[in-house]
Design a binder for this molecule. Structure first.
Ligand SMILES: [Zn+2]
Length: 571
């Protein structure tokens, strides 16, 4: 009997062990998180986890399972150098911001860059082309793309739908004993359509009651004019999660709002589609984020929010009338079930309710479900329906070429199309571009010979002009030297008006990969093996308005051979 029991214990432990180590860790150092899945970021959710890499680049990255390299992308933006590996069970793993790749993959990337004569490449591979073993060293960690410090941004995706999955649900060995912190509660009054009623919101700070995970709040009272005939009230919670070994505020995994056991709203960060990610602006209380960067998770949603993070079909909107009260519980927990809980009574004071019907008039506000076109002799602005999350005060100035469309701070979901007639008669249209809030916006020239751009930023719109080419200057060597013995050469490239769109390095007229480190504006080459003779280096840099700079250098890249002196004649 005793032996039996022992065996069962061993078996259970073994099963647990297999579940815990199902995937090979992507790093061999202890896995420490700098950020978790679903964190609320500007205009997106964090679609993976960030593993710390001890503040360093160049740590080996390992494939979490057997599979094949399905996609590789090299870009100065976004994920920088990134590799996608498809595994059995319809899972894809993603390793972003890499500094480089290993073996055949590294050679393949270089070959593709050489073929395209471009540092920026993206290619897809079929099963069988580049198979990978579980635990195979595939890349090196880095800080490329829009990363602001060395780390591994790691994702898991559903291979078919490409939806991002929560990697922490897949048994990686990450220590987490800390509970989420619920630090404030916000109550807002809503219209029938679920829009926030102007000036009807209140924030209640919450205090921990000393037990750590339980927050005390007895009765929270809201004014009677937070009630209306066909509108309601809704809650959002300032809540952050914390992980052992890190002080970073992370996102919560799960939350429940319930009343006497009935769930009113639930959030669970298991999976997010990339084309839903921008709806983070609808999920978080945007105003609070804007004012103070405080992250309030709404415990309610509006109809057009398609996020798949709400497991039950509830919208979380309360319908208190003056004098009503409701007993509520809000619980937030992480993947390891560390939870914090808040019990309280929400009470609407007795008195007059809000009897207005139209809080937002179509003449004064942009209404989310309407589309808009502003058209004049020199401009067309097209705004599709569902661009706005909430009704937004119509702030439009149409004094071409200086247009104003809303405030830069207000988020929008869909791109707005701008078409502007070029203005400067003395410069060609190719040298003109659309500027939004004084920044270059990617501009094309359309059939009508107008400037055209799409924007997901509101604000000031006008036309910029760029006739100044980028500048290129040697950084880690002196361009007047005729002998360079460095293996890696670096240049600083500056482009003031628009942005760098092409950069090429020619060594003796042959193209070599020149890396573009956009954050620091560096161009970097690791020199190939070159023959022992003088060489010519040329860099050509082109900006978005086709202004071109050429930088050239001639000299030795290895020490010239020492000439033997002719033997002195003796007589
Ligand atoms: Zn990340």
């Amino acid at each position: 009997m005793k032996l039996h029991f022992f065996l069962i214990v061993v078996l259970i432990s073994a099963c647990k062990l297999i579940a815990q180590t199902n995937f090979h860790p992507p790093l061999l150092i202890p896995l420490n998180l700098a950020a978790n899945f679903g964190e609320l970021r500007p205009n997106h959710f964090h679609m993976g986890v960030d593993f710390k890499t001890n503040g360093r680049e160049g740590l080996p990255l390992y494939s979490i399972d057997k599979g094949y390299v399905a996609r590789v992308k090299i870009s100065p933006n976004g994920y920088g150098k990134v590799i996608y590996i498809n595994h059995p069970n319809n899972i894809t793993s993603v390793y972003a911001h890499c500094s480089g790749f290993v073996g055949i993959l590294d050679s393949l990337v270089k070959q593709k860059q050489q073929e395209a004569e471009n540092f920026e490449v993206e290619f897809y591979l079929d099963e069988g082309e580049l198979p990978i073993n579980k635990g195979e060293h595939v890349a090196f960690s880095g800080n490329t793309g829009s990363s602001t410090g060395p780390h591994l941004h790691f994702e898991l995706r559903n291979t078919t739908t490409e939806a991002a999955l929560n990697p922490l649900k897949f048994g990686f060995d990450i220590k987490d004993t800390k509970v989420p912190q619920i630090s404030a509660l916000k109550v807002v009054a809503l219209t029938k359509k679920g829009y926030q009623i102007p000036n009807k919101s209140l924030i209640f700070p919450l205090k921990k009651n000393g037990k750590g995970s339980i927050v005390k709040a007895t009765t929270i009272e809201i004014p009677s004019n937070f009630c209306s005939l066909d509108g309601g009230q809704a809650l959002s919670f300032e809540v952050n999660d914390f992980i052992d070994g890190s002080t970073n505020a992370c996102g919560i995994y799960e939350s429940h709002l319930s009343s006497l056991g009935d769930t009113l709203f639930q959030q669970r960060m298991d999976s997010i589609y990339f084309d839903h990610s921008r709806f983070v602006n609808s999920h978080k209380d945007y105003d609070e984020y804007l004012i103070s960067k405080r992250k309030f998770n709404k415990a309610y949603k509006v109809a057009q929010n398609p996020l798949t993070i709400y497991p039950i079909n509830q919208i979380g909107i309360l319908t208190l009338q003056p004098g009503d009260s409701i007993q509520l519980n809000y619980t937030a927990n992480d993947v390891k079930n560390n939870a914090s809980s808040l019990d309280f009574t929400l009470k609407a004071k007795k008195g007059e309710r809000n009897n207005l019907i139209d809080f937002y008039s179509p003449s004064t506000h942009f209404i989310p479900d309407s589309s808009y076109i502003f058209q004049g002799e020199n401009y067309i602005i097209s705004i599709p329906a569902f661009t706005f999350y909430e009704p937004l005060k119509k702030y439009v100035v149409l004094a071409y070429p200086n247009l104003i469309l809303g405030n830069q701070k207000d988020p929008i979901q869909l791109p707005i199309t701008l078409k502007l007639k070029p203005i400067y008669s003395k410069v060609t249209i190719e040298k003109q571009f659309i500027k939004i809030n004084n920044s270059y916006t990617k501009t094309t020239i359309n059939k009508e010979n107008w400037l055209e751009a799409e924007t997901k930023t509101l604000g000031k719109i006008n036309i910029g002009i760029d006739t100044i080419p980028p500048t290129v200057n040697a950084l880690n060597f002196n361009s007047t030297d005729t002998l360079l013995t460095k293996k890696t050469l670096t240049w600083k490239v500056n482009e003031g008006q628009t942005e760098l769109i092409d950069y090429d390095l020619l060594i003796d007229s042959i193209w070599y990969v020149l890396e573009y480190e956009k954050k620091g504006s560096y161009l970097i080459v690791t020199l190939p093996m070159l023959s022992n003779e003088p060489h010519t280096l040329e860099i050509v840099a082109v900006d978005a308005c086709q202004n071109k700079t050429s930088w050239t250098w001639k000299g030795w890249l290895t020490k010239p051979p020492i000439k033997e002196e002719s033997p002195t004649k003796l007589d």
